[in-house]
Design a protein around this ligand. Structure first.
Ligand SMILES: Cc1cc2nc3c(=O)[nH]c(=O)nc-3n(C[C@H](O)[C@H](O)[C@H](O)COP(=O)(O)OP(=O)(O)OC[C@H]3O[C@@H](n4cnc5c(N)ncnc54)[C@H](O)[C@@H]3O)c2cc1C
Length: 284
């Protein structure tokens, strides 16, 4: 699963990409459609669900951003960005046609091959759905290879659910979607409560044959893991995606060191067993 960059790519080299499209998702969050200016680089571009790139705004800096698009869509790279600070603020303020730099893809990926023949539960909190969206695309393209597919997606309120415009299409393709919010409004017809409440009550065909992947705030992922273990899903079948401040993305600078791991190289996707003893709920 772990990888630093494609073997034939210089991981330091930032390639110029043009913003070909902008989708405003929820307040403070948008998705950029990026296209390589160099057609030779475009022709070799490939990524695995769960990987990330380093996006570079000249004169401002670089940020790690997950790839949120479809790996089968070879013409463009989609990345969903939350305006959190210097670099992400610049990235979310650029117009269509602007060019930025892109390095990567980097990091480990979600276990889509290991999930074949099993039931799969995805648990996303807020913008945590972005790194999981490529898994959804992949599994729906290969729907017959998987058993029950369920997405539990949580947000603070209905207006903060990411990608709701895709839900209906995903449902018709065979994804069971259970959205839940902390605070409902009068128009809301879904559940109210945290994602773990949904997971506690979810019908499981065979816990031993179920794989679960989660991305969101660390405290949410921690309780999701505890709930999944309580439901009988084996620890070895639980995966999560971690975030830390990241700088070089190739395991040299040490900024993203987490216990014995560099998040940029062994992560961001980990099997829960790898992190169980070092992910401390007291620190969350
Ligand atoms: C593997 C990986 C994938 C990511 N994917 C996405 C994504 O798909 N979309 C997205 O919007 N963001 C993503 N992030 C987070 C993103 O990299 C940071 O929000 C961004 O780098 C912050 O940089 P900035 O210059 O905008 O903010 P700064 O001005 O540097 O920081 C703003 C605040 O955010 C904190 N911060 C910076 N980086 C992180 C981080 N990685 N985790 C938590 N807090 C941080 C800082 O300490 C500071 O408090 C990802 C991070 C990693 C490591």
């Amino acid at each position: 699963m772990a990888a630093t960059c494609e073997p034939n790519q210089n991981p330091w080299l930032s390639h110029s990409v043009r913003i070909a499209g902008i989708t405003r998702e929820i307040p403070g969050v948008l998705t950029l459609d990026l296209e390589f200016e160099d057609s030779a680089r475009a022709a070799t571009w490939a990524f695995r669900p769960g990987q990330f790139t380093m996006l570079y705004v000249p004169g401002v800096g670089e940020s790690a951003i997950s790839i949120s698009g479809d790996a089968a869509d070879t013409g463009r790279i989609r990345q969903t960005i939350r305006d959190a600070g210097n670099v992400t603020h610049s990235l979310t303020g650029l117009p269509i046609g602007a060019t930025i730099g892109l390095r990567g893809p980097f990091g480990s990926s979600w276990p889509v091959d290991e999930c074949r023949g099993r039931d799969v539960i995805l648990v996303a909190g807020g913008i945590g759905l972005a790194p999981l969206r490529p898994v959804i695309y992949h599994m729906l393209h290969h729907r017959q290879q998987y058993q029950e597919l369920t997405l539990i997606v949580g947000a603070r309120d209905p207006a903060l659910l990411l990608y709701p415009g895709e839900f209906e299409h995903w449902r018709t393709q065979g994804l069971n979607i259970i959205p839940t919010v902390d605070h409902a409004d009068e128009s809301w017809r879904g559940g109210v409560g945290v994602v773990t409440t949904v997971l506690e009550r979810l019908w499981l065909r065979s816990p031993a044959e179920t794989m679960l992947m989660t991305c969101g705030p660390e405290v949410m992922m921690w309780y999701t893991m505890q709930t999944a273990l309580g439901r009988g899903i084996p620890a070895g079948s639980l995966f999560l995606s971690m975030e830390r401040n990241m700088n070089c993305a190739i395991a040299l600078c040490g900024h993203c060191q987490f216990g014995p791991y560099f998040l940029c190289r062994e992560g961001p996707v980990f099997r829960f067993e790898q992190l169980r003893s070092i992910l401390r709920i007291d620190d969350l």
